[in-house]
Write a protein that binds this ligand. Sequence first.
Ligand code: ADP
Ligand code: ZN
Ligand code: ZN
Length: 707
Amino acid sequence: MTYWLAVAVPTPAHSNLGEPLTYASDAALPPGSIVRVPLGQREVLGVVWNAADHPADDWRAKVRPIAGHFDGLPPLSGHWQQLIAFTARYYQRALGEVALAALPPQLRTLSTMQMARRLKRSPASKTDAAATLQPAQVLSPGQALALEQIEQQSGPFLLFGTTGSGKTEVYMQATARLLAHQPDAQALVLVPEINLTPQLEARFAARFGQTTCVSLHSGLTPAQRLKSWLAAHTGAARIVLGTRVAVLASMPNLKLIVVDEEHDPSYKQQEGARYSARDLALYRGKLTGAKVVLGSATPSLESWHASTPAADGGPGRYQRLAMPRRIGASGPADDAGLPRVRRIDMTRQPKGTLIAPPLLAAMAERVARGEQTLLLLNRRGWAPVLHCADCGWKSECPHCSAFRVFHKIDRTLRCHHCGLTQRVPRACPECGNLDIGTIGRGTEQLQEHLAELLTEVRRPDGSPARITRIDADSTRGKGQLEAQLAQVHAGDVDVLVGTQMIAKGHDFRRVTLVAAVQPDAALFSSDFRAPERLFALLMQAAGRAGRDAATSTRSEMWVQTHHPQHPLYEALKKHDYFAFATRQLQERAQAGLPPFSHLALLRAEGRSQAVAQNFLTALAHTAQQQLTAPEHPLAAAMRQIHWYPAVPLAVQRVANIERAQMLLESPSRVALQAVLAACQNLLHDLRAQPEHRALLRWAIDVDPLAV
Ligand code: ADP
Ligand code: ZN
Ligand code: ZN
């Protein structure tokens, strides 16, 4: 007997083959079965979506049989299928693409024999001997209250807890209680970045044992990733720790989802299906009945707004749990144990000052006491561009509308967009001037400059200060970041210079001074989320100081600024996220920006800017013509959409490809979704027209993070 199956397969993006394809099978495979099927000339992995209709007689003979399936591998659950279907629909991508992206890549290469062996090897659900595990901490009153709410209420929860208030302990104990009460239950803990997983892994493994927890992220080898995925899928792993991709993992008994640092932009995928793992976590929670805990010291304004209680005029959709005090804070009740914030007015410093003398003195004091300083640079605005003071030449990239950056280490000029690397010219290519130099300073130069400024300073044992730098360049090699962090933890470093990388999550015990050297650029950015990001970054950086209770009283955060009275810094000084968020939300409400409206970006790329923009403009025109007739089902939705004009991207040209975007805004998410879905077809039609032949590609970004 032949069974007809609708199978989700990875069709090429934008091929308009979004729906599952029909295949024939001798076995009655249930929905969620993973199969191997022919597609064109290739054999690909697919997921049985459901039973297909009996094909019409005339084309039954053309339906191809499946090529194989994995015996003994349980099918993916109906909930998982619903999650994938939602993700594809909401983010406007093909079902098969999303489904396959959620499976471990190694599955594609595995024969049915190999799979059978893997399944036999996968460990039975066993727990480590309790004696070797680390016991739970005695909770602070704030933690106990939060935990009690999480147990008793349905959520979703926003755990608004200062850095060091013990959020991780709350996640662990919520997980522990769940595992104790429900013999099969699973928990998923998401962190924003791969380099934060080892720390969290260590803490969870110490508490729950090695076999209970697995990690799932793109830094694993394909074999490790498959192993973790199988453990989660079969239920052998009770806890999955992972980055955003883990939100789509198969976890049949998922009962708790934690999203740590929920405000972090890394939760948004930046290519393919541009999903937000945080938003999908909330959707998945609703779908499966899993409790969702979002945690942050500086929540996204979306989550903050959603958790504003109805009594205060908010939607009250999430339940806010506050833990304002650091663990071990010993001061008066209004002192959260956070470092004192000091602003240095750079308008009163000599022009071109990189590090103000009082800051230098404060650093020297730390070095002399054997304490550590952390100097924070935001990458943006800091790229060292080469320029000629005589003729004004700058190291522009010939292929991109961006400047190439000077890398001292190998004396190259590199484009951070297209990767073009060339040796630094000996003289100005325009006028031959030999005296060319850099404008703006990067972390490398700051490190050098500091070394000069601190030459006279001595550590308690009389030796000179040790300065190290952590950024994307210094940590490119495998294990380099871990090694550098270990040095900092061991106290082998006095001054740590770095980018946002060092501000996140790391528990530096000896840091008593954190300084932001030049944070102002974000205050006047064209991106409406820039202030929110800056505030989060600075609060997080401040949280690195004085984590050791013994030194927390003399911990400080310094900010060098040309705008010391700016409300953002005023709020920072008081560690007052509340004031910052309230003000920002008022501005967003006035400007009609998220969370008070919903956005989508349409992006187009072509050989010229006109090609890209014309394509987008043509879409807007076509939509206005075709979807707005009074009898059209989308007419009402169309009235709720504001179409902005097509514009070049901030970095408009990359590797000789011109990029343009068009923003759609609506007070209604539903209306926006309906119109976007209709746009898909219009875009395919337009693309097929001869006047848009030069268009290279297009993409839709729903709920974009940067506009
Ligand atoms: P957060 O995740 O909010 O930044 P952590 O959970 O990392 O905070 O806690 C900060 C520090 O306080 C950690 O070293 C942790 O082990 C410790 N800690 C957390 N909860 C307690 C507690 N109840 N008693 C003692 N120490 C605690
Ligand atoms: Zn010149
Ligand atoms: Zn370039």
